[in-house]
Design a protein around this ligand. Structure first.
Ligand code: DAH
Length: 337
């Protein structure tokens, strides 16, 4: 290739390069062309060579300047593009990370477990599908007791042998049949009854407690309830035991707490009475101990059962039990710890 031709082609290649990468290729092509020109020196006479060499060298220098200038332009362009593509709009709204929280029933369940675990209770979770024996018979419930009615219990089989447990008290039987006293257990879980209104749901949660040992009295029960009331509500909360009836306890008591809103003066929550009913309890009926192979002359015990929804409704001022099951985030997110 002639030098004149190379001059034209080299300039074309350099100015046609659209990026530093393309310019690098152009540079290699130009070098190859120059090599070609240099090899033509062989055909020149000795005298002609120095002058030709000088011309080529000057041309080489000019080319290098041209390449450097083009490179500067391309580099600036590329930097400009990079900045444009990486531009961040700091005024755009950020992506919010929504943090969840525990369901209020889980929250109250955990609080209850914490309080009772602090008093040495262990957790036992019984099955939700129970036998008629564990749910009723072993708990000293007579064959004609109204809680056994079809209207009050979800039966699973025609022979009425299997049912959805109506109370966590069924867990008492399973524990006492499996474990020798001393027994100190807490049994939380779902229970089922055909009830449906603002304060009742066909499925709700209970927390059962059972203590069996030598020399257990109603005083132990009251002391434990006072500890529970002050931890769950306020330290000023008082406990009142009212005589009641449950087939599996004798004597049986209904437990009221002094109203933690008005402190006993009377308000809407306690319906002007100053007291709020929170749970059922009593000394374990000797027939129940016998049914489980525990000698009632050697051992005694107390049991209690409370509705977790009821405690949560009281504590957080919720007036419709259905709020717990509708999964409306506007309701649920109010229970962040
Ligand atoms: N099982 C009862 C209910 O569902 C609550 C209850 C009352 C549990 C007295 C007990 C108890 O352990 O001693 O209404």
């Amino acid at each position: 290739m002639q030098l004149d031709q190379v001059k034209v082609r080299a300039s074309e290649e350099i100015s046609a390069a659209k990026s530093t990468k393309e310019l690098y290729t152009a540079k290699l092509n130009v070098q190859a062309m120059l090599k070609d020109v240099m090899s033509g020196m062989r055909n020149l006479s000795k005298e002609e060579r120095p002058a030709f060499g000088k011309i080529v060298n000057e041309f080489k220098q000019k080319l290098e300047e041209e390449i450097a200038a083009r490179e500067a332009v391309l580099k600036a362009q590329e930097l400009e593009q990079k900045y444009a593509s990486e531009r961040v709009d700091v005024t755009m709204p950020g992506k919010k990370y929504v943090e969840g929280n525990l369901h209020p029933i889980t929250l109250v369940r955990n609080q209850l477990i914490d309080i009772f675990a602090g008093m040495g209770f262990q957790v036992f979770e019984g099955p939700e599908t129970e036998t008629e024996y564990h749910n009723f018979t072993a708990l000293n419930t007579s064959p004609d007791h109204p809680s056994r009615d079809m209207q009050d219990t979800f039966y699973l089989t025609q022979d009425l042998n299997l049912l959805l447990r109506t109370q966590t008290s069924a867990g008492q039987i399973r524990v006492m049949k499996n474990q020798r006293p001393p027994i100190k257990i807490l049994s939380p879980g779902r229970v089922f009854r055909p009830d449906d209104d603002a304060t009742h749901s066909p499925m709700f949660h209970q927390m059962e407690g059972l203590v069996v040992d030598k020399g257990i009295t109603l005083c132990d029960l009251k002391g434990m309830l006072e500890e529970f009331a002050s931890k769950m509500f306020t330290s000023a909360t008082k406990v009142r035991l009212r005589p009641s009836y449950f087939p599996f306890t004798e004597p049986s008591v209904e437990v009221d707490l002094s109203c933690f809103v008005c402190e006993g003066k009377g308000c809407r929550l306690c319906k002007g009475t100053g007291w709020i009913e929170v749970l059922g309890s009593g000394m374990v009926n000797r027939h129940v101990l016998e049914n489980c192979g525990v000698d009632p002359d050697e051992y005694s015990g107390f049991a209690f059962g409370m509705g977790i929804e009821r405690i949560a409704m009281l504590k957080y001022g919720v007036n419709n039990i259905k709020n717990f099951y509708e999964n409306d985030v506007r309701f649920l997110k109010q229970f962040k710890d």
